[in-house]
Design a protein around this ligand. Structure first.
Ligand code: SF4
Ligand code: SF4
Length: 212
Protein backbone atom coordinates (compact mmCIF):
# COMPACT_ATOMS: atom_id res chain seq x y z
CA UNK A 1 0.00 0.00 0.00
CA UNK A 2 2.70 2.55 0.91
CA UNK A 3 6.12 2.82 -0.69
CA UNK A 4 9.15 1.85 1.41
CA UNK A 5 10.08 5.50 1.73
CA UNK A 6 6.64 6.39 3.11
CA UNK A 7 6.68 3.42 5.48
CA UNK A 8 10.08 4.46 6.80
CA UNK A 9 8.84 8.00 7.38
CA UNK A 10 5.74 6.73 9.19
CA UNK A 11 8.00 4.62 11.43
CA UNK A 12 10.15 7.65 12.15
CA UNK A 13 7.04 9.69 13.04
CA UNK A 14 5.91 6.94 15.44
CA UNK A 15 9.36 6.73 17.07
CA UNK A 16 9.56 10.49 17.47
CA UNK A 17 6.04 10.67 18.89
CA UNK A 18 6.80 7.93 21.44
CA UNK A 19 10.05 9.63 22.43
CA UNK A 20 8.27 12.96 22.84
CA UNK A 21 5.43 11.48 24.89
CA UNK A 22 7.89 9.74 27.22
CA UNK A 23 9.68 13.05 27.79
CA UNK A 24 6.43 14.96 28.36
CA UNK A 25 5.17 12.33 30.79
CA UNK A 26 8.46 12.42 32.68
CA UNK A 27 8.08 16.19 33.11
CA UNK A 28 4.44 15.96 34.09
CA UNK A 29 5.18 13.19 36.55
CA UNK A 30 7.71 15.36 38.36
CA UNK A 31 4.88 17.67 39.40
CA UNK A 32 2.08 15.15 39.82
CA UNK A 33 3.70 12.15 41.42
CA UNK A 34 4.40 13.71 44.83
CA UNK A 35 0.68 14.42 45.11
CA UNK A 36 -0.71 11.36 43.32
CA UNK A 37 1.45 8.89 45.24
CA UNK A 38 -0.20 9.86 48.52
CA UNK A 39 -3.68 10.37 47.09
CA UNK A 40 -6.42 8.51 48.90
CA UNK A 41 -8.90 8.97 46.09
CA UNK A 42 -7.12 7.93 42.86
CA UNK A 43 -8.99 9.32 39.88
CA UNK A 44 -7.83 6.65 37.36
CA UNK A 45 -10.35 4.10 36.37
CA UNK A 46 -10.51 1.29 33.89
CA UNK A 47 -12.97 3.15 31.67
CA UNK A 48 -10.51 5.99 31.20
CA UNK A 49 -7.74 3.49 30.38
CA UNK A 50 -9.97 1.97 27.75
CA UNK A 51 -10.05 5.35 25.98
CA UNK A 52 -6.93 4.02 24.24
CA UNK A 53 -9.23 2.04 21.99
CA UNK A 54 -11.15 5.15 20.96
CA UNK A 55 -8.15 6.81 19.32
CA UNK A 56 -6.85 4.98 16.28
CA UNK A 57 -3.57 6.83 16.54
CA UNK A 58 -2.98 5.89 20.19
CA UNK A 59 -4.04 2.34 19.46
CA UNK A 60 -1.61 2.22 16.53
CA UNK A 61 1.18 3.49 18.76
CA UNK A 62 0.63 0.37 20.87
CA UNK A 63 0.43 -1.84 17.79
CA UNK A 64 3.67 -0.35 16.45
CA UNK A 65 5.58 -0.70 19.72
CA UNK A 66 4.28 -4.13 20.61
CA UNK A 67 4.07 -6.66 17.79
CA UNK A 68 1.73 -9.00 19.60
CA UNK A 69 -0.61 -6.23 20.65
CA UNK A 70 -4.28 -6.94 20.49
CA UNK A 71 -7.23 -5.35 22.18
CA UNK A 72 -8.21 -8.41 24.20
CA UNK A 73 -4.71 -8.83 25.59
CA UNK A 74 -4.36 -5.18 26.53
CA UNK A 75 -7.79 -5.11 28.12
CA UNK A 76 -6.80 -8.16 30.16
CA UNK A 77 -3.55 -6.48 31.26
CA UNK A 78 -5.39 -3.34 32.24
CA UNK A 79 -7.83 -5.35 34.28
CA UNK A 80 -5.32 -7.58 36.07
CA UNK A 81 -2.69 -4.94 36.89
CA UNK A 82 -4.89 -1.98 37.34
CA UNK A 83 -4.79 -1.40 41.09
CA UNK A 84 -1.27 -2.49 41.96
CA UNK A 85 0.43 -0.72 39.05
CA UNK A 86 -1.42 2.54 39.50
CA UNK A 87 -0.60 2.64 43.18
CA UNK A 88 3.07 2.06 42.43
CA UNK A 89 3.70 4.14 39.29
CA UNK A 90 0.71 6.43 38.84
CA UNK A 91 -0.16 5.11 35.38
CA UNK A 92 -0.08 1.88 33.45
CA UNK A 93 1.58 3.48 30.42
CA UNK A 94 4.85 5.32 29.81
CA UNK A 95 3.51 6.32 26.41
CA UNK A 96 0.37 5.79 24.38
CA UNK A 97 -1.81 7.29 27.10
CA UNK A 98 -5.33 8.35 26.26
CA UNK A 99 -5.27 12.12 25.48
CA UNK A 100 -7.87 12.84 28.16
CA UNK A 101 -5.51 11.48 30.83
CA UNK A 102 -2.71 13.81 29.72
CA UNK A 103 -5.01 16.81 29.90
CA UNK A 104 -6.26 16.23 33.42
CA UNK A 105 -4.77 17.90 36.49
CA UNK A 106 -6.83 17.88 39.64
CA UNK A 107 -7.10 20.82 42.04
CA UNK A 108 -4.70 19.22 44.50
CA UNK A 109 -1.99 19.30 41.82
CA UNK A 110 -2.88 22.80 40.65
CA UNK A 111 -2.73 24.15 44.20
CA UNK A 112 0.69 22.64 44.66
CA UNK A 113 2.25 24.51 41.72
CA UNK A 114 4.43 27.51 42.58
CA UNK A 115 2.42 30.13 40.65
CA UNK A 116 -0.48 30.68 38.32
CA UNK A 117 1.95 30.84 35.43
CA UNK A 118 3.52 27.52 36.48
CA UNK A 119 0.00 26.10 36.41
CA UNK A 120 -0.53 27.49 32.94
CA UNK A 121 2.67 25.86 31.73
CA UNK A 122 1.79 22.53 33.31
CA UNK A 123 -1.59 22.63 31.59
CA UNK A 124 0.15 23.43 28.32
CA UNK A 125 2.49 20.51 28.85
CA UNK A 126 -0.55 18.27 29.17
CA UNK A 127 -1.91 19.72 25.96
CA UNK A 128 1.21 19.09 23.86
CA UNK A 129 0.47 15.47 22.99
CA UNK A 130 -3.32 15.78 22.45
CA UNK A 131 -2.71 18.80 20.22
CA UNK A 132 -0.65 16.62 17.89
CA UNK A 133 -3.74 14.54 17.26
CA UNK A 134 -5.43 17.47 15.60
CA UNK A 135 -2.87 18.85 13.19
CA UNK A 136 -4.36 21.07 10.53
CA UNK A 137 -3.13 22.28 7.17
CA UNK A 138 -5.24 25.24 6.18
CA UNK A 139 -8.80 24.05 6.67
CA UNK A 140 -7.93 20.43 6.23
CA UNK A 141 -7.58 18.46 9.42
CA UNK A 142 -4.95 15.76 9.20
CA UNK A 143 -5.53 13.95 12.40
CA UNK A 144 -2.80 11.46 13.01
CA UNK A 145 -5.63 8.98 13.20
CA UNK A 146 -5.74 9.17 9.42
CA UNK A 147 -2.12 8.25 9.13
CA UNK A 148 -2.71 4.53 9.11
CA UNK A 149 -6.30 4.36 7.99
CA UNK A 150 -6.04 6.58 4.97
CA UNK A 151 -4.09 5.23 1.98
CA UNK A 152 -3.85 8.79 0.71
CA UNK A 153 -1.34 10.05 3.28
CA UNK A 154 1.52 11.64 1.44
CA UNK A 155 5.10 12.39 2.31
CA UNK A 156 4.42 16.12 2.79
CA UNK A 157 1.86 15.33 5.48
CA UNK A 158 4.23 13.04 7.34
CA UNK A 159 6.96 15.66 7.11
CA UNK A 160 4.52 18.15 8.63
CA UNK A 161 3.60 15.81 11.47
CA UNK A 162 7.30 15.30 12.23
CA UNK A 163 7.82 19.04 12.14
CA UNK A 164 5.08 19.50 14.78
CA UNK A 165 6.58 16.77 16.94
CA UNK A 166 9.94 18.53 16.76
CA UNK A 167 8.40 21.85 17.84
CA UNK A 168 6.46 20.17 20.63
CA UNK A 169 9.75 18.68 21.83
CA UNK A 170 11.30 22.16 22.06
CA UNK A 171 8.30 23.52 23.96
CA UNK A 172 8.43 20.58 26.35
CA UNK A 173 12.05 21.28 27.12
CA UNK A 174 11.50 25.06 27.55
CA UNK A 175 8.55 24.55 29.88
CA UNK A 176 10.53 22.05 31.87
CA UNK A 177 13.39 24.51 32.20
CA UNK A 178 11.06 27.17 33.57
CA UNK A 179 9.25 24.86 35.95
CA UNK A 180 12.54 23.77 37.48
CA UNK A 181 14.31 27.13 37.60
CA UNK A 182 14.78 29.46 40.52
CA UNK A 183 13.02 32.82 40.67
CA UNK A 184 16.04 34.80 39.38
CA UNK A 185 15.72 33.63 35.80
CA UNK A 186 11.95 33.68 35.90
CA UNK A 187 11.06 36.60 33.67
CA UNK A 188 13.64 35.90 31.01
CA UNK A 189 12.48 32.31 30.76
CA UNK A 190 8.81 33.26 30.84
CA UNK A 191 9.35 35.58 27.90
CA UNK A 192 11.21 32.97 25.89
CA UNK A 193 8.62 30.29 26.66
CA UNK A 194 5.77 32.56 25.61
CA UNK A 195 7.57 33.43 22.40
CA UNK A 196 7.94 29.76 21.59
CA UNK A 197 4.35 28.88 22.45
CA UNK A 198 3.00 31.77 20.42
CA UNK A 199 5.13 30.81 17.42
CA UNK A 200 3.66 27.33 17.60
CA UNK A 201 0.37 28.54 16.22
CA UNK A 202 -1.23 25.15 15.69
CA UNK A 203 -0.81 24.31 19.35
CA UNK A 204 -3.69 26.51 20.45
CA UNK A 205 -3.38 27.79 23.99
CA UNK A 206 -7.11 28.44 24.26
CA UNK A 207 -8.03 25.14 25.88
CA UNK A 208 -5.11 25.49 28.24
CA UNK A 209 -6.18 28.88 29.50
CA UNK A 210 -9.74 27.66 30.00
CA UNK A 211 -8.55 24.74 32.07
CA UNK A 212 -6.74 26.95 34.59
S1 SF4 B 1 -4.64 13.47 39.70
FE1 SF4 B 1 -5.38 14.18 41.70
S2 SF4 B 1 -7.19 12.89 42.15
FE2 SF4 B 1 -6.00 11.89 40.52
S3 SF4 B 1 -4.65 10.45 41.59
FE3 SF4 B 1 -3.51 12.37 41.31
S4 SF4 B 1 -3.86 13.52 43.19
FE4 SF4 B 1 -5.40 11.92 43.11
S1 SF4 C 1 -3.64 7.94 33.73
FE1 SF4 C 1 -3.03 5.90 33.03
S2 SF4 C 1 -3.81 4.44 34.55
FE2 SF4 C 1 -4.87 6.39 34.84
S3 SF4 C 1 -6.77 6.21 33.66
FE3 SF4 C 1 -5.24 7.18 32.35
S4 SF4 C 1 -4.27 5.53 31.22
FE4 SF4 C 1 -5.36 4.61 32.94
Amino acid sequence: MYSNKTNNLISLAFDEYIDLEKKVIKNIKRHCYPICSSCSDICCNIYSCNEIFKSKWVKNIHVYSNNDFNSTKLKRTIKSHFKSKIQKDGCLFDFGRPPSCLLFFCNKIKHNMKSKFANYLLAHLGYLIPSLLEIRVGRKKITNIDLIKNDGINIDEIVLIRHHIKKAKMINSKINTYLNKSKDSRYKTIFKTFELIESHSELSIQGTIESL
